[in-house]
Write a protein that binds this ligand. Structure first.
Ligand code: TYD
Length: 183
């Protein structure tokens, strides 16, 4: 009995410490330009815990599901080609889950504005991103925008057993529901 209560307390303590979780993708433009180490070093500044990390070959189905909300945008086809690595001759992205208090806002703050030209020069996108002459935003990384998106995206890119520890707001059952064949 005692031991069971102890492990429940330990689980609760770990869950509280985990706080929020957010998905980060290092996009093909960054991989092709050798920026992975720079981006990870900048993300370390948030003092969050990395609880998931993997290299992923991005299928069209996965890219389209990830950017599902943008399907009607004129830039959607280029966005999908970008994430699939077709514009940079890269066949993978790096995916991470960071956890800790305020994780989503902290990573968004470090990432900077969507448009690299509008992003703070000190932010990751401001420092390393660029607009191509073709109008494609090479903005280096993806970072979840809010809790709902973070839950959806983490479930899309990671299986529960690929995360070092459970995250409180992922216990709703969202994890594990990924469209067939996307991960
Ligand atoms: P969005 O989710 O609005 O931004 P963020 O990545 O900052 O959460 O857009 C997703 C991606 O779509 C963005 O990273 C780059 C691309 N994009 C364009 O190519 N053109 C645009 O006008 C916008 C708004 C986004």
């Amino acid at each position: 009995m005692k031991r069971r209560r102890g492990s429940a307390n330990e689980a609760s303590r770990l869950a509280k410490r985990a706080g929020q979780a957010t998905l980060v993708l290092i996009k093909p433009d960054a991989i092709q330009r050798g920026l992975t180490g720079h981006v990870l070093a900048r993300l370390d500044e948030a003092r969050l815990s990395m609880i998931g990390a993997k290299i992923v070959r991005v299928t069209r189905a996965l890219a389209e599901e990830h950017y599902d909300a943008l399907r009607d945008k004129p830039f959607f086809p280029d966005l999908i080609r970008h994430l699939c690595g077709e514009l940079h001759g890269v066949d993978h992205v790096l995916a991470f889950v960071y956890a800790g208090p305020g994780a989503i806002a902290k990573v968004r703050q470090l990432a900077g504005a969507t448009n690299p030209e509008a992003a703070e020069p000190a932010s990751i996108r401001g420092a390393f991103g660029r607009m191509t002459t073709g109008g494609i935003m090479e903005n280096v990384l993806h970072a979840s925008s809010d809790e709902q998106e973070a839950v959806r995206e983490i479930a899309l890119w990671f299986r529960p057993e690929e995360l070092l520890r459970p995250v409180p707001f992922l216990t709703s059952g969202a994890v594990g529901r990924s469209p067939k064949g996307t991960r």
